[in-house]
Design a protein around this ligand. Structure first.
Ligand code: GDP
Length: 365
């Protein structure tokens, strides 16, 4: 599944948000590792389509797809030099698919800010600089090695050296590796370095309950927005405190509470949606009497690889996929009728799975 890491300076609201996430959490029976690692929380991806499908099929089980959040505490000035939790924390970030950078935009005299005042631009710079410095160290170490391999005329080493030099230049100027504009092939060559600033990132502005309905009125949010725009990054506003309150409510109460605040969806739902967008993810469904289930894949994934998300045997033994689009199925009223109307398509190994597809895979073991 998709794993996102929440980073931010101390006292910006990470634990508050993270606790809300674990409370809202998906049924832990499906994710036993969550109880093992207290820093990992899993939430269901809300999806109306899954509910409509379940109404149609009446399965024994409904299984939504999920997103994992990892609380990455301990990022402070000097982390790249080993201060705070230092390298231990950086190692956690290497494992995530995307980074959510939580920025404090709420004022509260009772809650100290590490640098004395609420200052999102400075906070963002501090965090980004630590990540850049950590990467710079990784890249320079690697460059040393590749420089030696290059001497023997190793083609791959020569290519890697050139790529790393470009990345090093950007990092030395304080810019993230993702700003270099490497091609997919170049990215692949340096993939194993797992550079932190190569990961996709989005900003989450943590605002107070009063600001949550109209975050644009908060000047700190504007600051974050401008920084995000200049980097081509996405920004989501949340109120960690509101999320914590919502997490305690049942679904009915939650809707009422959100409406009172002037919100349609919870911050958590918006974060999940943004993470999906950020990573170019889509959802397809399987629907049987036993189980109606949502699965997450990257946009552009072909049928066999999509099947592989369910089980590697499905990918290896892939024969074909029976596919019906979500709208077609809803219009037909049932899978049987969709088949009768010829809306069920047989697709081969080159079929690119579309968001909302309902698929039955045929495979040989
Ligand atoms: P962390 O160090 O980033 O994990 O921050 P915490 O989640 O521990 O939050 C630090 C303090 O800020 C706690 O006392 C929270 O209750 C408080 N806090 C978090 N979010 C908000 C918010 O939206 N408004 C206000 N007033 N306080 C908040």
């Amino acid at each position: 599944g998709l794993t996102t890491g929440i980073v931010g300076l101390p006292n910006v609201g990470k634990s508050t948000l993270f606790n809300a996430i674990t409370q809202a959490g998906a049924e832990s029976a499906n994710y036993p590792f969550c109880t093992i690692d207290p820093n990992v929380g899993v939430v269901d991806v809300p999806d109306e389509r899954l509910e409509r499908l379940a109404e149609m099929v009446n399965p024994q089980r409904i299984v939504p797809t999920s997103v994992q959040f990892v609380d990455i505490a301990g990022l402070v000035k000097g982390a790249s030099k080993g201060e705070g939790l230092g390298n231990k924390f950086l190692a956690h970030i290497r494992e995530v698919d995307a980074i959510i950078h939580l920025v404090r935009c709420f004022e509260d005299e009772n809650i100290t800010h590490v640098s004395g005042k609420v200052d999102p631009a400075s906070d963002i710079e501090t965090i980004n600089l630590e990540l850049v410095l950590a990467d710079l160290e990784t890249v320079e170490k690697r460059l040393d090695r590749v420089a030696r391999q290059k001497k023997s005329g190793d083609k791959l080493a020569i290519a890697e050296y050139e790529i790393l030099t470009k990345v090093q230049e950007a990092l030395a100027e304080g810019r993230p590796a993702r700003s270099v504009g490497l091609t997919e092939e170049e990215k692949f060559i340096i993939k194993s370095l797992n550079l932190l600033t190569m990961k996709k990132m989005l900003y989450a502005a943590n605002v107070s309950e009063q600001d949550v309905a109209h975050p644009e009125k908060n000047p700190h949010v504007q600051t974050v927005k401008e920084i995000a725009m200049s980097e081509g990054a996405d920004i989501v506003t949340v109120s960690a405190q509101v999320e914590a309150e919502i997490a305690e409510l049942d679904e009915e109460e939650r809707k009422l509470f959100l409406a009172e605040l002037g919100l349609e969806t919870s911050g958590l739902d918006r974060l999940i949606a943004a993470a999906y967008r950020l990573l170019g993810l889509i959802t397809y469904f399987t629907a049987g009497e036993k189980e109606v289930r949502a699965w997450t894949i990257r946009e552009g994934t072909k049928a066999p690889q999509a099947a592989g998300v369910i089980h590697s045997d499905f990918e290896r033994g892939f024969i074909r996929a029976e596919v019906v689009g979500y709208q077609d199925l809803m219009a037909a009223g049932s899978l049987v009728q969709a088949r009768e109307k010829g809306l069920l398509r047989l697709e081969g190994k080159d079929y690119v799975v579309q968001d909302g597809d309902i698929i039955t895979f045929r495979f040989a073991v």
